[in-house]
Design a protein around this ligand. Structure first.
Ligand SMILES: NC(=O)c1ccc[n+]([C@@H]2O[C@H](COP(=O)([O-])OP(=O)(O)OC[C@H]3O[C@@H](n4cnc5c(N)ncnc54)[C@H](O)[C@@H]3O)[C@@H](O)[C@H]2O)c1
Length: 452
C-alpha cells in the first residue's frame, strides 16, 4: 500500500503495527491527536478573493496543514506563501506555478481550489486523478459538460468532494430548508431564487479598460487556459473575470450555487433538475463589451412534480435569496435575514445595517415534535470537509449536489441566449429536440487543453 493519503497512511500505520506485533489501535498518547500521521496535508490553488478565506479556515483546524500553494500570478503566490508560513511560524509551505506539478506531489492529501470558472474542470480532474480529495468552489464548472466530467472523475477515483456552497453549513439556511422539507408550508408550488443584478467592480479596475501587455508577474497565456485567447485588459482579469462570458457566467452563475443550492435543499431536489426552462427577459450587453454578462435576467423553470421556479436578478421582480411558497405558507431566507408566513417559526432580532440598528427576523429552531426529519448539520463547512476526508462519508455539499444546484443556472442562461423554451431530461441530462441549444452545454476548448 502506498501511504499517500491521510486515511491510507492511517491504515498503513495500523497494518505495520499489526505486522510487528503491536496492537492495531495506536493510542493517541503515542502519536497524539495532531501527530503528523493524523494530519491532513493540503494545498491551496488560487489565491485571489476566495482562496485566502478558505485557507484561513483550514489553517484554524489543528488536524490540517497547508503545505503548498499554487497561483499563476507571482504577487499572489508570494502573498500566499508568506501568509501561510507566518501562520505556522515556519517555511514549510512551498510555492508552485503549474497545478499539474502540485497534483503530482505524493505528500498532499487534499486540495482547496479557488480558481476562475474556466479552470474548474481541468484543475479538479487533475487533482482527482492524482488521488486528492477536493474542496472546490461553486459553481461546479463553467458548463454542464464540464460539471459532468468532474462528477464522473469524483465517482471514478472515489474521492471526497466538498463544494464552497457554505450556506448549507449555516443554521439559518438549514432551519429554513428544514421547515420546508418537513411540509410545514404544505405542498411546495413556487420557488423564487433571487440573485444580484448588474456587474460589481470587485477589483476596483473598471477604469483599467484598455488593451495593454500583460504584467510580468502574470502568466496570462495559462490564465486564459482552455478559454478563448483575448487581448489582455486588466478590468476583466482578477476578480472581475466573472463579468465576461469567456471566463465566467455573470451574476447568474456566480450565485446559482448558493441560492438555488438552498432552494433544492428545501425541495429535496439534490438529485434532479427542471424539465423545462422558459426565458422571460435578459439584458445582455453587446458581446464585444469588456463586461458582457447579462445585467438583468429572468427565466422560469418547471419541475416534474409541478413546482415552478423563478430564477431572476433582484431588479426583475424577486427578492435576493430563496423563497419557497406552498399551499399552507411560505419561507424566505438570505444572508441578510429570514422571514416566513407563520410567527411561530421566527423570532425578532436586532441587526446592524451599515450605521443603523434595524429589527428583523431570525429562524426559530423548532422542536422534534414538528421537525421530524432533520437535515445534515455541520460544525463548519471546512471542518465538515476534513471530517469527511477522515470518515470517507459524503460531505454536506458533495459533487452531485453541486452539479444539480448549478444546472438550473446553466439552463436559464442557455434558454436566455437562444431565446426560446428548452426541454431538459434530468435523468439523461440532455436538452431535448434542440440541437443548437444543446451545443451550449459545452464550450470549445483552446488547444492544447482538452476535457478528459
Ligand atoms: N463560496 C463563495 O462564497 C465564493 C466567493 C467568491 C468566489 N468564489 C469562487 O471562487 C473561485 C475564485 O474566485 P475569486 O473571486 O477568488 O477569483 P480571483 O480572480 O480573485 O482569484 C483567482 C486566483 O486564481 C489564480 N489562477 C487562475 N488560474 C489558475 C490556475 N490555472 N492555476 C493556479 N492559479 C490560477 C489567479 O491568478 C487568481 O489569483 C470562483 O469559482 C468563484 O466563484 C466563491
Amino acid at each position: 500500500m502506498n501511504p499517500t493519503t491521510a486515511s491510507s497512511r492511517r491504515q498503513f500505520l495500523k497494518g505495520t503495527a499489526a505486522a510487528i506485533g503491536f496492537p492495531t489501535i495506536v493510542p493517541s498518547t503515542v502519536f497524539g491527536q495532531n501527530a503528523p500521521s493524523n494530519r491532513i496535508t493540503m494545498a491551496a490553488v488560487g489565491w485571489g478573493m476566495q482562496g485566502p478565506g478558505n485557507t484561513a479556515a483550514f489553517m484554524n483546524e489543528a488536524d490540517c496543514q497547508m503545505v503548498a500553494v499554487c497561483d499563476l500570478d507571482k504577487k499572489h503566490l508570494e502573498s500566499a506563501v508568506n501568509t501561510i508560513n507566518k501562520k505556522y511560524g515556519n517555511t514549510d509551505c512551498k510555492p508552485c506555478h503549474d497545478y499539474r506539478e502540485l497534483m503530482a506531489r505524493k505528500d498532499i492529501d487534499a486540495v482547496m481550489l479557488a480558481v476562475p470558472d474556466n479552470w474548474h474542470a481541468l484543475v479538479a480532474i487533475e487533482a482527482l486523478k492524482n488521488g486528492k480529495d477536493v474542496y472546490g468552489e461553486k459553481p461546479l464548472a463553467r458548463t454542464i459538460a464540464e460539471q459532468q466530467a468532474i462528477v464522473k472523475a469524483v465517482q471514478q477515483y472515489k474521492r471526497i468532494w466538498q463544494t464552497g456552497s457554505w450556506q448549507r453549513s449555516q443554521d439559518r439556511f438549514r432551519i429554513a430548508a428544514e421547515i420546508v422539507r418537513n411540509g410545514l408550508i404544505g405542498k411546495i408550488t413556487n420557488v423564487e431564487v433571487g440573485l444580484p443584478s448588474g456587474h460589481h467592480d470587485f477589483a476596483g479596475t473598471a477604469d483599467k479598460n484598455q488593451v495593454t501587455p500583460p504584467p510580468a508577474e502574470l502568466d496570462y497565456e495559462m490564465w486564459i487556459g482552455p478559454a478563448q485567447m483575448e487581448p489582455y485588459i486588466e478590468a476583466r482579469i482578477h476578480k472581475n473575470w466573472r463579468w465576461n462570458y469567456n471566463i465566467g457566467g455573470g451574476q447568474l452563475l456566480d450565485w446559482i450555487g448558493h441560492h438555488c443550492d438552498i432552494a433544492h435543499w428545501g425541495m429535496d431536489a439534490d438529485g434532479t433538475g427542471p424539465v423545462e426552462m422558459k426565458p422571460i427577459q435578459a439584458d445582455f450587453p453587446p458581446r464585444t463589451d469588456m463586461w458582457n454578462t447579462a445585467t438583468k435576467y429572468r427565466a422560469e423553470a418547471k419541475y416534474a412534480n409541478g413546482i415552478n421556479m423563478i430564477i431572476a436578478d433582484q431588479g426583475s421582480g424577486v427578492k435576493m435569496g430563496t423563497k419557497w411558497t406552498g399551499t399552507d405558507g411560505w419561507v424566505w431566507v438570505d444572508r441578510g435575514g429570514f422571514d416566513c408566513s407563520n410567527p411561530a417559526w421566527k423570532k425578532t432580532v436586532k441587526r446592524r445595517d451599515g450605521d443603523k440598528i434595524v429589527e428583523g427576523f431570525e429562524a426559530m429552531k423548532l422542536g422534534d415534535d414538528v421537525i421530524k426529519a432533520r437535515l445534515y448539520e455541520t460544525r463548519g463547512h471546512q471542518r465538515n470537509f476534513l471530517d469527511c476526508v477522515k470518515s470517507r462519508q459524503p460531505t454536506i455539499t458533495p459533487v452531485e449536489t453541486a452539479h444539480h444546484s448549478a444546472i438550473p443556472g446553466h439552463l436559464a442562461l442557455i434558454s436566455l441566449m437562444v431565446n426560446r423554451t428548452i426541454k431538459w431530461d434530468p435523468a439523461k441530462e440532455e436538452i431535448l429536440g434542440d440541437a443548437d441549444a444543446g451545443k451550449l452545454l459545452h464550450r470549445e476548448y483552446r488547444g492544447p487543453w482538452k476535457l478528459a
